[in-house]
Ligand binder design. Structure first.
Ligand code: KIV
Ligand code: ZN
Length: 407
């Protein structure tokens, strides 16, 4: 385990990513305000979207997909206003591969410092036959015409082959070649229905890199859904195979089971930097605040065991773990709470806690007990912990009433 030997790399407490010359820079394309907002219960009003967009810019997202401008007047207005205020971040609007969608997307993003139009058209036979009623040849023609048209409006054009992961690979090569030849500078590979495995995603990206003519002129992007719980793993496998843009959402919100979660991708890249030889440009110390803000705005809570930002992500209850962490954090922590913007880890006192953590807790509350008094207090605490899920500071104060406090 070369990483765990490298203490400095793991115990980073600031928000910096240590890029070296040999590392690839991975761009974070945040689609919380577009794909994420399509999640039931996650719709946001204009003011909330502006607040989130500002937070995402502060976090350091490279691209913010601000909405799907043609989908409603409200969506148009939020893309337009976000495009107006953001200073550093590329602002994208989604558009189907039609002139009217592309025109509306252009109207919405044109004032952005860095505007992007994100054109998409499905490429799998199942979508072509049962949704678009189109042949493969017609799909290729429309891709070429619409990417070329979008390119007359803005320089930065992303093209997504919707349902790419269920598309015949030879046909997919032709689709991306057509998009690149007509001006797409980013080609996105969506796993629209969260179907593939990490190995399959790795193989697909490697195949496209090998076979798509002109691919060296374009950025390879990946967009994974979480229907089988593999969105983050699939995105990271794509990075290993050569993708340099990852599309994701804060807290993993999105259609059905959601999208790949931004905080998990960024922290995986950071914690396993040597393995991926890649880094995102996000200030990781802003992650916790960003995730909490989205949860407060949408009212959708973050589950306690959610990776990175769940309430238990940096909490230790088992005695053996508490003892280990109190001696050396590396025993049971692979990243620091400080690195995501939390001031400290927590020792939860419960029935699994040990004497060491109990004593530390009492010290933090100001109690200095003799060894004998400590033993007595510890056995009283264990009895109480058997009756209660969590023992709070107030419970401890009650348990110790009368005991001497440190000056
Ligand atoms: O999941 C998907 O295919 C999408 C595309 C529009 C990129 O969200
Ligand atoms: Zn999607």
């Amino acid at each position: 385990f070369p990483d765990s030997a490298n203490r400095d790399e793991i115990i980073l407490t600031d928000g910096g990513n240590r890029m070296t010359e040999s590392m690839r820079r991975i761009k974070i394309f945040d689609t919380t305000l577009r794909d994420g907002e399509q999640s039931p219960g996650c719709s946001m009003n204009l003011g909330e979207k502006l607040e989130m967009a500002a937070q995402l810019e502060e976090l350091g997202a490279d691209v913010i997909e601000a909405g799907f401008a043609v989908s409603s007047p409200e969506d148009f207005e939020s893309v337009r206003q976000i495009a107006d205020v953001l200073q550093k971040t590329t602002v994208a609007s989604l558009a189907r591969a039609t002139k009217s969608d592309i025109d509306t997307a252009f109207d919405a993003v044109q004032k952005a410092k860095k505007p992007r139009i994100h054109v998409f058209l499905a490429s799998s036979d199942i979508h072509l036959q049962h949704k678009l009623h189109m042949t493969r040849e017609e799909m290729l023609r429309q891709t070429g015409e619409m990417v070329r048209y979008a390119k007359t409006l803005v320089e930065d054009i992303e093209f997504s082959a919707e349902d790419a992961s269920r598309t015949d690979w030879e046909f997919l090569v032709k689709v991306y070649e057509t998009a690149i030849a007509n001006g797409a500078n980013v080609i996105n590979v969506p796993d629209t229905v969260g179907y593939v495995t990490p190995q399959e995603m790795y193989d697909l990206i490697a195949y496209l890199k090998e076979n798509v003519k002109g691919i060296e002129k374009a950025e390879i992007s990946v967009h994974c859904h979480d229907d089988l719980g593999m969105a983050v793993a699939n995105s990271l496998a794509a990075v290993r195979a050569g993708a340099t843009q990852v599309e994701c959402t804060v807290n993993g919100i999105g259609e059905r089971a959601g999208n790949a979660s931004l905080e998990e991708i960024v922290m995986a890249l950071r914690t396993r930097q040597s393995y991926y030889q890649a880094a995102a440009g996000v200030d990781t110390t802003k992650i916790y605040k960003t995730c909490k803000k989205l949860s407060a705005i949408t009212g959708v809570p973050i589950g306690p065991t959610k990776a990175i930002v769940g309430a238990n992500a940096f909490a230790h209850e088992a005695g053996i773990h508490q003892h280990g962490v109190l001696n050396d954090r590396l025993t049971y922590e692979i990243m620091t709470p400080e690195s995501i913007g939390i001031s400290h880890n927590t020792m939860v006192l419960g029935k699994h806690s040990g004497r060491h953590a109990f004593e530390e807790k009492l010290k933090s509350l100001g109690y200095a007990l003799s060894s004998e008094a400590l033993s007595e207090a510890f056995s009283a605490f264990k009895k109480l912990a058997d009756l209660k899920k969590n023992v709070t500071d107030l419970d401890l104060e009650a348990l110790l009433s009368g005991a001497a406090k440190m000056k």
